[in-house]
Design a protein around this ligand. Structure first.
Ligand SMILES: CC(C)(COP(=O)(O)OP(=O)(O)OC[C@H]1O[C@@H](n2cnc3c(N)ncnc32)[C@H](O)[C@@H]1OP(=O)(O)O)[C@@H](O)C(=O)NCCC(=O)NCCS
Length: 166
């Protein structure tokens, strides 16, 4: 049985542990080691997680089975003041991928977005990430591309993908 719940600051170590395992596995063949370390620190330090969940209103969800945590996602309702839910992150441990956990988290976020009367789900995905096909499989379409300068000479080279909820 999978259980999904709203993470709080006491769950930050669990999120960090999953990120430290899943990031190198996901991006090892796409990004340099230096860029992976830089991005993990930028996005998952305790200070960064605190800022996201307080100032930026990101909500983290954690998913677990009977024995352990399997992954997390984070989302933001009313993104930029629009009727849009932005999915900032979704990461499932390598050993738990391909078993429906990601889809369950996305369905949960979809229900929350609908209750909030948001009409679009939106996300960014690295152009070389296989997750692009996962998102297409669950109904997202590519609506744009962007290169985001994240400092230290690093870029995020992303596709923007949306899914309409109406
Ligand atoms: C991408 C990710 C979140 C998907 O979650 P998951 O639990 O592995 O995927 P699911 O098992 O729920 O798959 C749902 C559906 O998408 C399909 N799918 C999943 N990954 C796929 C892929 N790489 N290519 C094509 N289809 C894929 C599955 O076959 C399944 O299809 P079905 O419902 O028709 O059977 C997960 O694999 C992950 O964490 N990857 C590494 C981190 C990452 O890239 N995160 C996204 C950053 S933007």
């Amino acid at each position: 049985m999978l259980h999904i719940y709203n993470a709080t600051s006491s769950d930050f170590p669990i999120i960090q542990e999953i990120a430290y395992i899943t990031w190198p596995d996901t991006f090892g063949a796409i990004l340099s080691k230096e860029q992976i370390s830089y991005m993990v620190e930028m996005m998952y330090s305790t200070a960064a997680l605190t800022e996201q969940t307080t100032q930026k209103k990101h909500q983290y969800l954690l998913v677990k089975d009977e024995t352990k945590h399997l992954g997390y996602a984070s989302y933001e309702l009313n993104y930029k003041g629009l009727s849009k839910t932005k999915i900032h992150k979704i990461y499932i441990l390598p050993e738990a991928q391909g078993k429906g956990v990601g889809k369950l988290l996305m369905n949960t976020i979809t229900d929350i977005a609908r209750k909030n009367q948001d009409t679009i789900l939106s996300l960014n995905v690295n152009r070389d990430n296989a997750a692009f096909d996962f998102y297409k499989n669950i109904g997202f379409e590519k609506v744009g591309e962007e290169n985001i300068d994240i400092g230290d000479g690093f870029l995020m080279e992303d596709f923007i993908m949306d899914k309409k909820l109406v």
